[in-house]
Design a protein around this ligand. Structure first.
Ligand SMILES: Nc1nc2c(ncn2[C@@H]2O[C@H](COP(=O)(O)OP(=O)(O)OP(=O)(O)O)[C@@H](O)[C@H]2O)c(=O)[nH]1
Ligand SMILES: [Mg+2]
Length: 319
């Protein structure tokens, strides 16, 4: 939360001070630069506005009128309230994966972004955005998000911080370490297939509509030992998911398994043909879904509805 207070009381800025003849110098505006995609909420939940286009501004707190003859030279305080700035990243593709799966490595390999890469979980704590450039100058943006872990939907790990970004992407690129994942020796070791189902389940528990988005699955670290065998087992599992589900423990079993458009084995480290194949798949899938069913449009309506509900519950409508 950021405390936001109009700077001056003796002579405010904004409309009020302009309407009346003021005594003293007008206060200066306090301006805060924010990235695009920021929505500003007052602490009671009221939406003060959002910044969606370059150059837009929102007045968060108006200055009070200064002392003048209309008010017996008694100036008023300007508005003051706490505000919350909520960044909703908008990228074509959102990278969804457990920590250490190689999300940042993949972003680095297929775009010019230079995210931090390290062999420990939660290297990425803020979303990084990159642009995939195609030979015909087509550009597709991709967001590398913090790793998701079991319980993210109830805000464990970086839970909601991660999940709210997923909302504003058109296509989900799941990425899983072919060798599986273990957060620490205290946590259960999850196989690659289990991590994919867990990601699926976390998304479902947070918002089942996320599963409506087109999704591609990249199995990463195909350069490691035994990867080919694991990969073909995973492909087979997805072809016979009904049977496989019976043997999946309930705590990691989603209600509905995502139907991936493509399942592709890659090595973010070694690059090569597998990454080309992935890039082509991502482009084709985005193009296929770029019609009136664009999930971004659905999301925008949902966000609007949610904001409206908050406004009518908590106060007057904002125009
Ligand atoms: N062998 C192998 N190692 C890889 C590959 N891709 C990534 N790694 C390694 O895996 C580790 C984690 O990579 P990151 O790209 O930081 O993983 P991340 O998913 O972004 O991790 P978080 O940000 O912590 O969620 C690093 O040591 C990478 O070098 C790959 O294709 N093959
Ligand atoms: Mg990372």
């Amino acid at each position: 939360m950021t405390k936001f207070r109009a700077k001056t009381i003796s002579a405010g800025h904004g409309e009020d001070s302009r309407k009346t003849k003021i005594v003293g110098n007008p206060g200066t505006d306090v301006k805060l630069d924010v990235p695009l995609g920021v929505t500003v909420y007052r602490e009671d939940g009221k939406v003060l506005g959002s910044i969606d286009n370059e150059g837009e501004t929102i007045i968060l707190a108006r200055g009070g009128p200064g002392g003048n003859k209309d008010n017996n030279f008694l100036g008023h305080f300007g508005q003051a309230h706490h505000v919350r700035l909520d960044l909703k990243l908008i990228a074509d593709i959102g990278l969804v994966g457990f920590p250490n799966a190689g999300k940042s490595s993949l972003l680095k390999a297929i775009s010019r972004a230079k995210p931090k890469i390290a062999n420990y979980p939660f290297t990425t704590i803020k979303p990084n955005k990159g642009v995939i450039q195609y030979d015909d100058h087509r550009q597709i943006s991709i967001a590398d998000l913090p790793g998701l872990i079991e319980g993210a939907h109830i805000n464990i790990g970086l839970g909601h911080k991660f999940l709210k970004h997923v909302e504003r992407t058109k296509l989900l690129l799941f990425i899983a370490d072919v060798q599986g994942f273990q957060l620490s020796p205290k946590h259960p070791k999850r196989s690659c297939l289990e991590t994919v189902l867990l990601l699926n389940k976390e998304l479902e528990l947070y918002d089942p509509e996320l599963l409506e988005k087109p999704a591609v699955l990249a199995i990463n670290k195909m350069d490691t030992e035994g990867a080919d065998q694991i990969f073909s087992n995973i492909q087979e599992s997805f072809q016979n998911m009904n049977k496989v589900m019976d043997s999946i423990p309930e705590e990691i079993r989603p209600e509905r398994v995502i139907s991936f458009e493509d399942i592709i084995g890659i090595s973010a480290l070694k690059g090569g043909e597998s990454l080309q194949k992935l890039k082509v798949s991502l482009r084709n899938r985005l193009d296929e879904f770029a019609d009136e069913n664009d999930p971004n449009i659905v999301d925008a309506t949902k966000v609007l509805k949610r904001n409206r509900a908050m406004i009518t519950e908590k106060g007057p409508k904002v125009t």
